[in-house]
Design a protein around this ligand. Sequence first.
Ligand code: ADP
Length: 477
Amino acid sequence: MAGRVLSVASECVPLVKTGGLADVVGALPGALAGQGWQMRVLLPAYPGLVDRLGGAQQVWQEADLFGAPARVLAGRVAGLDMLLLDAPHLFDRPGGPYSVDGRDHADNPERFAALSWAAAAIARDGLADGWKPEVLHAHDWQAGLAPAYLRYHGVEGVASVLTIHNIAFQGLADAGLLSALRLPGAEFHADALEYYGNISALKAGLVTADAITTVSPTYAEELMRPEFGLGLEGVIAARAERMHGILNGVDTAVWNPETDPEVHPFGLRSLGRKAANRAALAAEFGLEVPGPLAIVVSRLTDQKGIDLIPPVLEDFVAAGGGLAVLGSGYPQLEAAMRAAAARFPGRVGVHIGYDEALSHRMFAGADAVLVPSRFEPCGLTQMYGLRYGALPVVAATGGLADTVITANPAALAAGAATGIAFHPTDALAFSQALRRLVALHAQPKLWQSLVRTAMKQPVGWEMSSARYAALYESLCH
Ligand code: ADP
């Protein structure tokens, strides 16, 4: 069978994005359509979004949604069936989705409770155009209360799924807000809404959703351990049988080296043309690199292990390697990257900023992409690397562990290796991985076969959309 899914989130490409969540929410409807599931995405109407909605039609309203009237407008944007929650008192204000001038909006608990409330009401009653979902799919803490409202109001006939994209954000609210958030006081205890004296929107979703997913199988396991679960490991472990790790895919139309307008086109049958991209990349960063030319495209934060890069550079550069970095983030890590470029002129180049087009040119030109993350729910850049023949050198954690087959002797003998995974995430293991990279790169025939195997890996949504479809179906029986 197939059916209808209401997807609820605070971000969705191409309308609003602060992180990978938006990519996934924007990609799922297209991926699920191929499986016969019709998905509509409910998103807050941040400033300017209603104007971008094609054929807007009012399909839902409430006279008092957390303090003022609100309505939902349906329409299409970039091929997506969008539902925008038009609640000016909550969402029509300056700044980003969550903050202005670096400070969180003080009423974020109410704002996203309202989003979740509208989602649950739509799931219960349907829309004015006659559409009613069989499944409500909530993403991250901002939609975490939606499954809770369904459960606490005894709504039947709608299954709920909560996906964890980033457990570091839990949506904590003061316990005094319980009734303002339309939550039952009786559920404020350690087995339900309460998290160390506060209300946790994410935990509310975790304990009430019919199924929980996260964005890779390994991260699903890791979340049950204290070092990754951030205090929710017990809650997740208690619901282990309802937890599913489903890898994200990448948009293989956008990330296609044969048609990418940013690069000199190349593919499996024209791998020789990758060299032109390598030369262009080296020129763009002012580098001359005899060994492997590696890249980093990343937020510059502790999570991403960026602090581990300076300690490994001396050996890597001495062995012939070079590095081009694109990223922005913590000022001290930006400074550390700039200092590395100054220390190794011609071998290490750094571009501080966010530049989508440059990132495409970097993957096309690179021999390797470095992803030394301390934790990584799924990760996208290692998958771009596979697709563009830039071998991933990754910390063996989360989705990185699930998408890279490390070049150990057995994998090499089987022709299955696609990169190098190291463990633990520290400078010693990272440095050894880079030494291995240099050694592999020095064997041209072997290197070519690794690159080919990497480029053949399926990194699109085919397998994962089938898994989401199977999950939805299992919940509808
Ligand atoms: P996260 O969501 O934790 O930042 P992911 O690897 O899941 O990490 O997704 C990051 C996305 O942002 C990727 O598409 C990556 O290419 C992109 N990205 C990160 N930093 C930059 C940058 N400075 N310029 C261009 N793209 C970037």
